[in-house]
Structure formats: C-alpha cells, structure tokens
Design a protein. Sequence first.
Length: 286
Amino acid sequence: MRIVPLHPILAARIEGLDLREVDDAATLAALRSAMDEYAVCVFPDQPFEDEEQVAFAKRFDGELHTKTGRNAVDGERRRLSSREMTDVANLDEYGNVLGAGDARRIQGLANRLWHTDASYSSPPGSYSMLSSRGSLPPSGGETEYADMRAAYDDLDVQTKAQIEGLTAFHSIVHSRATIGFDYTDAQRASLPGAEQPLVRTNPRTGRKSLYIASHASHIVGWPIPEGRILLQELMVHAAQQKFVYRHTWRTRDFVIWDNLATMHRARPYDEVHARDLRRTTTLALA
C-alpha cells in the first residue's frame, strides 16, 4: 500500500490495493487511519460491481444509509438493483440521460451545493464511497472537497467560543428548496431531518471540525435570520480555496471521504454526456 498526498492539507491517492479483496483487520485499520489523516482517499483502478462495493462498505464501516433524496424520488424507477446503493448518475432506469425536467435530475442539481452526505439523518453519514463506472463527460463533473478540520482550526478564538455547543437542524428538504425543488408529502415524511452539533470531534484523533453545509437549515434555539447568517458566514469561510481539493474523475476511480470532517460538491458539466457514479454511505453509529 503506497500513499501519495494530493493536497497540502487533505486528500491522498492510495495505490497497490484491490479493495474487493481487502478483508483483513490490519489493512482495514490502516485505511481508517489514512482516512483520519487525509479525510479524502482516492483509489485508482477499482473495478467494482455493485454487490462488491456494498460488501466492501460494510466491511469497512458497517451499516449503510438508504434514506436518500435520490432514493425517495426514484421510488420504483430504479436503475440500480441494490437499495443500499445510491445512484448519483444522470441516467434513468433505462440507462438514458435524464431529461431536463425530470425530478431526479432537478433534485440532483443540489449536489452542486456544498453538502455533507446524510447530515439530515440520525445517525448521520460517516464515510461515503463513490465509484466511477464506464461513462464520464469529457470535461467538467469534478468533485470538490473542503477540509472542515482546517476550516475550524482557522477560525478566530471568538468565533470558536461562539459556536461551541451549538446545534443545527439539517434537512434535505431545506437544501432542495433553496434551488426551487419540492418533495411530495410522502417523500417529505421519509426525510424528516435531524439535529447535529455545529462542531464535531473525532474520537480517535481529538481533532475538531465544522459540521455545516447546505442541509443545515437553522441554529436550534436561535432566531431563524441570525442563525442562517451565522451558517452562511461559516460556509463562506470553509469554502476558501486553500481548504479545497478538486478531484477529476477517471473510470474506475473509487473515492472515500469522511463526511464528519469534510463537505463536498459536484461541478457542472455538459449534461448531454452520461456521468455514471454510484455511492455507498455508512452511518456514524459509534
């Protein structure tokens, strides 16, 4: 296993492993340690099938998150057979590029907002694992990751004191509404939202990180305007380029990131092209 840093403060490429075959405790522990250090790890040339990706995710971190916005909108119109895998592609159940007015495409546009997967769930998302399959656009469609540990470290003393102990309410219904998308009543009922601390501490390293992004609707116990202004100020701070790594996808790339230490967003691309990415996300049960 060879680790090559990709950015001064986060992200590394890990070579020399076929993750489909990694099941020993020592290697899995080494990978978790790498995640604690780099928060985003890129594994090139990982030829996963869906069931193999689901199996690896469970070996790596246990139970999987399934109550996603895409799954709610897909309903029975699923392209992927496993309900433990989220379809992040711009493709319908027949493999065709989604039409401009398709609800699946519109709600998915919000992935271009800075977000952290499953922060609207309790327990929240832990590790996300995104697999690049055969189809990618010739340009664009990158994924950017922001290091929320470094963003927290860079805050002034007064702001750190202000946000310590605060709680935010996270809702995917809120984040989608910011781009004009509205779920049905039944879909809303399956996505109720959750309260999360504004600052999280990694129990293994003791390092603190901001926990915000687009699903964060308001600060619990604060007036809505003041809370949203604080969240927006923290977002602007955390999205500075010095905290951001941009990943350009290649076929068979497999990227794992720590949702409790990063936020991420997709970048635009020409949607006449297919972009086939498939995600598994584990839950932070501990």
